[in-house]
Design a protein around this ligand. Structure first.
Ligand code: NAG
Ligand code: NAG
Ligand code: NAG
Ligand code: NAG
Ligand code: NAG
Ligand code: NAG
Ligand code: NAG
Ligand code: NAG
Ligand code: NAG
Ligand code: NAG
Ligand code: NAG
Length: 510
């Protein structure tokens, strides 16, 4: 025992004397730090007769008498004595300094005793968190965080962001609170988590640990900008795919189910043409969760502007079937037919089919002539095209205007007409022999008797390839022109002679 003579005697005295109130009740301090034993005595300038500080009732710390200070060897350089109150400061504390401290103060023949306890704790240090994993997938795993620290009498507290983690169904705190287990992690469990470690003399906090919790893709949504489904040729369209995903998803794009080369969350279609119409969808893939999600398709319709009406034949012939087709590039939503500026009222012989795209005349008639207009409308425009229909028919009702009789040397003029589209070509026949082609009018000056006969006008329609004729039966050339008067006279004489001769003959017979 390291004990000086006088102090040993005093220690025995102290051992049996309670010194309540002179020193604080109990002190804690950290290794390496300083503890201050402050007595409750008022400062005095008069030196104490003697002051004796001892440890564990056995070791002298310091003995102060009028003449000298004696310091225990373990305390050299570590203590400071305050003569006015007999207080004592300890520095560079070690764990071995934990124990009972007592002081005995003699003054004016009176002895005052005090005792207290000092507990030295290691400071909290090296607080660190290890995680079983920091890379997790939502709903498919649990994670354990464990906290380690140096120090004594440690207690543990977990922080999730700035709030304290409390135990629950899926949050377990074990090993005296140093282990945190999260069962069935959710995306909200990313932290940052910190472990806060406390001892009676200090606290320490770990570095934050972030958990990376992958989830998704989910709630995929495809947004068109501008937000419409119909676009004019040449428009710029942007498709944006939004999705909840961690880490950010990778994107693929599909048009009518066929993958496009584009990747990225935005698909830009510049200067679109009609072939880019179709159902677009995006697919998001999360490389961590290995899940993917595909959006609902968004229909994009690129609308053309030009319309046309095409007939089934360029040369409709009456009585045949003809159809008009209203063509429009791109999608058309409504078609309306008009005739000569008014809404078309279909007759029994007309059929509208394919959503008004095709107008069919079962047997086309000249009454169907006119201007047909097909009006097309789609959500962004309205357009139309016209077709002027001319039904070819005939020839019909061939008629010849002209005389039945004509005087010899007169001028014969016959005019032929026919109902025909296109106009008929006329050919004239006399007694079945062609006498004139390609003229509606037959003219003959100074007709002879030999010009008598059957005059036929034949009309020919080069589209319908039909012919029709009309005949002037037995046109007669009559009378006498100047040259034939003698003939007439002779004829009269002949008749007269015949009459005479006849009379004679009749007479002679009698
Ligand atoms: C504490 O005491 C033990 C044994 O008494 C000794 O081995 C050790 O070195 C001491 N520690 C300090 C810091 O003095
Ligand atoms: C001092 O006493 C306490 C019990 O009061 C004991 O735990 C401690 O080890 C002792 N210290 C030394 C250095 O003997
Ligand atoms: C704290 O950690 C450092 C290195 O990581 C080590 O050198 C030191 O001894 C540790 N301190 C304690 C008190 O464990
Ligand atoms: C994980 O949590 C989700 C929702 O909180 C629940 O639907 C699922 O069943 C849980 N899974 C397990 C394995 O507990
Ligand atoms: C962490 O905090 C978030 C809210 O900020 C909460 O939703 C989550 O459940 C917490 N996680 C744990 C393990 O306490
Ligand atoms: C942890 O997450 C926070 C935000 O929640 C961020 O500020 C911090 O930089 C992250 N730390 C690490 C190491 O990733
Ligand atoms: C687009 O989808 C709609 C219905 O979802 C379908 O009627 C249409 O035929 C599709 N278009 C193409 C080009 O696949
Ligand atoms: C329809 O065609 C038939 C045969 O060509 C004709 O007799 C009838 O008059 C036509 N009806 C109308 C309404 O044009
Ligand atoms: C003229 O037409 C009539 C009636 O068809 C016919 O009997 C007569 O033979 C025709 N004449 C000539 C010269 O063809
Ligand atoms: C046509 O027939 C009529 C009588 O049938 C005759 O007089 C006339 O000479 C004939 N003309 C020609 C050109 O054959
Ligand atoms: C029919 O005749 C007209 C002139 O009368 C001509 O312009 C047109 O080309 C002809 N068509 C055919 C198919 O021969």
């Amino acid at each position: 025992m390291n004990c000086f003579n006088i102090s040993c005697i005093l220690l025995i005295v102290l051992g049996f004397t309670e010194g309540a109130g002179l020193l604080p009740d109990g002190l804690n301090a950290a290794v390496g730090e300083t503890a201050m034993f402050t007595t409750t005595l008022s400062p005095t300038e008069k030196p104490f007769q003697s002051v004796n500080w001892a440890f564990n009732f056995s070791k002298t710390i310091i003995i102060v008498t009028n003449s000298e200070n004696t310091i225990g060897p373990e305390y050299e350089g570590r203590i400071t004595f305050f003569p006015s109150t007999a207080s004592l400061e300890f520095r560079s504390l070690t764990l071995n300094d934990t124990g009972e401290y007592a002081v005995s103060i003699a003054q004016d023949g009176k002895i005052q005793n005090g005792r207290t306890t000092l507990v030295i704790y290691e400071k909290v240090s090296n607080v660190s968190v290890t995680s079983s994993s920091t890379d997790l997938v939502e709903f498919s795993g649990s994670v354990s965080l464990s906290c380690s620290a140096s120090g004594s009498s440690l207690s543990f507290l977990w922080l999730n962001g700035s709030s304290e983690v409390t135990a629950s169904d899926r949050v377990q705190l074990t090993d005296g609170g140093s282990s945190l287990t999260i069962i069935n992690v959710t995306r909200f469990d990313q932290g940052p988590f910190r472990c806060s470690v406390s001892s009676p003399v200090s606290t320490g906090t770990s570095d934050p640990v972030n958990l990376s919790i992958s989830y998704g893709p989910e709630n995929i949504n495809l947004i068109l900008s501008p937000p419409q489904g119909y676009f004019a040729v040449g428009s710029d369209i942007s498709l944006t795919c939004s999705v909840g995903s961690r880490p950010p998803a990778q994107f693929n794009w599909f048009l009518n189910g066929d993958q496009l080369p584009d990747t990225g969350s935005e698909l830009r279609l510049m200067n679109v043409h009609m072939s880019q119409s179709g159902n677009y969808s995006c697919q998001a893939f999360n490389s961590k969760t290995l899940r993917s999600q595909t959006s609902q398709p968004s229909a994009i319709t690129v609308l053309g502007k030009s319309a046309s009406v095409k007939p089934s034949t360029n040369l409709p012939v009456e009585g045949t079937s003809v159809s008009l087709t209203c063509e429009a590039s791109g999608s058309v939503f409504t078609r309306n037919w008009m005739k000569d500026g008014s809404d078309l009222t279909p007759t029994d012989n007309m059929t509208l089919s394919d959503n008004n795209r095709v107008l069919t005349f079962n047997t086309v008639n000249r009454k169907d002539n006119g201007e047909y207009f097909c009006q097309i409308s789609n959500p962004i425009s309205s357009d139309g095209a016209k077709y002027v229909m001319t039904v070819n028919y005939g020839p019909e009702n061939v008629q010849i205007k002209g005389p039945n009789k004509i005087n010899i040397k007169g001028t014969l003029k016959l005019i032929c007409s026919a109902e025909s589209t296109p106009s008929a070509r006329f050919t004239w026949f006399l007694n079945g022999t062609e006498v004139l082609t390609n003229s509606a009018e037959y003219n003959k000056e100074e007709v002879e008797f030999s010009d008598s006969g059957n005059y036929t006008c034949q009309a020919w329609n080069n589209i319908t390839e039909r012919t029709s004729s009309s005949v002037v039966q037995g046109l007669i050339v009559t009378g006498c022109a100047a040259g034939c008067i003698a003939g007439i006279v002779i004829a009269c004489c002949v008749i007269f002679a015949a009459a005479v001769g006849g009379g004679y003959y009749i007479y002679k017979k009698k």
